[in-house]
Design a protein around this ligand. Structure first.
Ligand SMILES: Nc1nc2c(c(=O)[nH]1)N[C@@H](CN(C=O)c1ccc(C(=O)N[C@@H](CCC(=O)O)C(=O)O)cc1)CN2
Length: 646
């Protein structure tokens, strides 16, 4: 079990697992009491490794393995001799502070640690059934409460400085792991967790600035003036300034050419005062995002979108470098909230490069036993049927998607509507005849599985950009649900209101034609935003667009619409990001005001009654994304300063 745990640690990129030799020594004579000479040998070996490390990197060792039973005190001696950081793995549950020798920690500290360990061990006992992955996690959990342990994802990255302390909440974990039908989900406070993380990062800045001879520097390249992108860039800039990172924004016009953009990125990356560079996405349609990402300097690629960084993360057992901010934020939010992923069945709705795809790899690395990605063909089918779904919601718990068959169209829509009455699971007869794996040509089968696949998830992450797609009935009781979507909808379009409207309207039809109740009031007042059909379409796309997991195609389509609206006075073309942020409870995209609100991809109200843990929108993953950018920028600064080996 121990060697598996070590292999696991190695496979996650931790290179410095010193003490493994001492562990082996101990293994060879498991029954024997160690002789003082042996103990000294081990202490010497660890110290030697620690000193070597310090010499090589000019900083103290930041992680080592805490060894079983007898050797624990050896590790402890190391801590006393200037090794700063936490034990990573404690393989032996019977290891007790009492086995440490007199030169170990003070009695008070021992007592405190003993108490903590006892609490942990009680918790371990309750979780003992969780299997091998859980064992490794239990160990690191114990270690992290004893010391200032790097957080979950940091552990998987080599050479990290002492990181933030994982806040494990046994009660919360119990709640998560033992909850059946939930009395009400624990709603994670992403804003507070991000603030705490940022504060920890802020504490690292002075030391880094000293090593660099200047503050760490981030450059953000922003093409065009999408209100959402402007808002996010402003958030990044403000967050940087708050903790002492210099932030440069390079604003390029919408019409910038591929060559000009790549040149601008190369120029800013060549600036010696810039440690990290990111290009805000999405880019206008005429630009080739892949080429831009490929041309980034991977050592400064704080978004982790360069193929080298992405590849290292996706491949099993490779040492990671930069991890994309939103997935990193998700995993940090869970881990800092005491939510364990070990042994869990995870489902990720959405396969974007920004969120879904990298997050699936992170969940795998965090110990999830099974990770399913519901990818584009299946989800697109849902989008195609959303308008039909909406009007069906009043009548059915789960709105069925289009039946397998011809491509999207009115016939398919009415088939879906007809099928929605009785069947709510994929085992229903309406699903027969579906062609598994038929993919984008006829993804009805995949789409029809979505609710059922979601219901298999202990941990469900939704990043598709479809407002409140995931309903209560899609969620397994007691599941952990992470909502990554950010959708702007008209305030009047709350699900309950929509359902009531649909019920009152007696099945108005899928298109929502002429339904003024769902139109943004501001637009109605201005009355110049296109036909009702266009307005309806715009609403869909608005929600679609704002999500971090949404497709670039849809984003561009919306952007074009926005531009048209701006020209026609529908949106405020001159609203700055700051104004937008200040405007209305929605967080104010495009000067939205109170007629709009920001919702996630999950029906919060419904799912809160079923899940055990839920992230809100806004105030969940979004703020964690910003904190993760700060984290990555400081990592980049460490590479620049030579504090980390690339
Ligand atoms: N180059 C990148 N582009 C984009 C990324 C990315 O990680 N790198 N992710 C998203 C946008 N994004 C950061 O860039 C981001 C999205 C949302 C938030 C956020 O804080 N959201 C708030 C709500 C928004 C509001 O106030 O209206 C929240 O959830 O509380 C931050 C950053 C796409 N592009």
């Amino acid at each position: 079990q121990c060697s598996r745990a070590l292999a696991h640690i190695h496979s996650r990129g931790v290179q410095e697992v010193i003490g493994a030799a001492a562990w082996r020594l101990n293994q060879q004579q498991p029954q024997q009491q160690q002789q003082p000479q042996q103990q000294q040998q081990q202490a010497g070996a660890l110290e030697h490794a620690a000193a070597g490390h310090q010499q090589q990197t000019s900083r103290p060792l930041t992680r080592h393995v805490q060894l079983p039973t007898n050797t624990c005190r050896v590790a402890q001696q190391c801590l006393h001799r200037g090794v700063q950081a936490a034990a990573l793995v404690c393989c032996d549950f019977s290891c007790r502070p009492t086995s440490w020798n007199q030169r170990g920690p003070s009695r008070a500290l021992l007592q405190q640690q003993q108490q903590q360990q006892q609490q942990q061990q009680q918790q371990w006992q309750r979780q003992k059934q969780q299997g091998e992955w859980a064992a490794a996690r239990r160990c690191s959990t114990a270690a992290s409460t004893l010391h200032d342990e790097p957080s979950a994802v940091q552990k998987s990255q080599p050479h990290l400085p002492p990181g933030p302390t994982l806040q494990h909440h046994p009660n919360h974990q119990d709640q998560q792991q033992h909850a059946g039908a939930s009395q009400g989900a624990r709603v994670l406070d992403g804003k507070a967790v991000a603030a705490a993380w940022s504060e920890q990062l802020q504490q690292q800045v002075p030391q880094l600035s000293q090593a660099l001879g200047r503050p760490p520097g981030l450059a953000v390249v922003l093409v065009g003036s999408r209100p959402d992108s402007m808002l996010y860039v402003t958030k990044k800039e403000e967050a940087c300034l708050r903790i002492g990172i210099n932030c440069r924004i390079i604003r390029l016009p919408e019409s910038v050419s591929q060559a000009q953009l790549q040149q601008a990125v190369a120029d800013v990356a060549a600036d010696a005062a810039v440690d990290g560079v990111l290009v805000q996405l999405p880019l206008p349609r005429h630009l080739d995002e892949e080429a831009v990402m490929g041309a980034l300097d991977p050592r400064k690629d704080v978004d982790g979108f360069h193929p080298l960084n992405m590849g290292r993360m996706l491949m099993r057992g490779r040492a990671r470098r930069f991890v994309p901010a939103t997935p990193l934020g998700v995993v940090e939010l869970l881990s800092r909230s005491g939510v364990s992923l070990a042994g869990k069945t995870a489902v990720v709705l959405g396969d974007s490069n920004i969120v879904g795809t990298p997050l699936a790899a992170l969940l795998r690395d965090e110990g999830a036993a099974l990770v399913t990605i519901c990818h584009r063909p299946s989800i697109h089918d849902w989008f195609e049927e959303r308008s039909a779904c909406r009007s069906q919601r009043a009548q059915a718990d789960v709105c069925l998607p289009r039946l397998p068959g011809p491509g999207p169209g009115p016939a398919a829509a009415s088939a879906a509507a007809a099928g929605s009455a009785g069947a709510s699971t994929p085992s229903s007869s309406t699903q027969q005849g579906a062609v598994p794996g038929s993919g984008s040509e006829g993804g009805g089968f995949q789409a029809s599985q979505l609710p059922a696949i979601c219901r298999t998830a202990d941990v469900l992450v939704v990043a598709v950009g479809s407002p409140e797609l995931v309903r209560g009935a899609w969620v397994k009781p007691g599941a952990v649900v992470v909502d990554v979507g950010i959708n702007v909808v008209a305030a009047a379009e709350e699900p309950a209101a929509a359902a009531a409207a649909a019920a009152a309207g007696g099945g108005e039809g899928g298109s929502g034609k002429g339904s003024s109740s769902v139109l943004p009031q501001g637009m109605q007042q201005k009355g110049s935003c296109g036909s009702p059909d266009q307005q309806q379409q715009q609403q869909h796309l608005t929600g679609f667009q704002m999500a971090q997991g949404s497709t670039v195609e849809a984003e561009h389509a919306l952007h074009q619409q926005q531009q048209q609206q701006q020209q026609s006075g529908c949106c405020q073309p001159d609203a700055t990001a700051a104004e937008a942020a200040a405007g209305g409870g929605s967080g104010g995209m495009c000067g939205l005001g109170s007629n709009y609100r920001v919702v996630g991809d999950v029906s919060h109200e419904e799912v809160a009654g079923v899940a055990s843990v839920l992230t809100p929108v806004p105030g969940g993953v979004g703020p964690m994304t910003i904190a993760a950018v700060l984290h990555n920028t400081l990592q980049a600064a460490r590479y620049t300063a030579g504090l980390l080996r690339w």
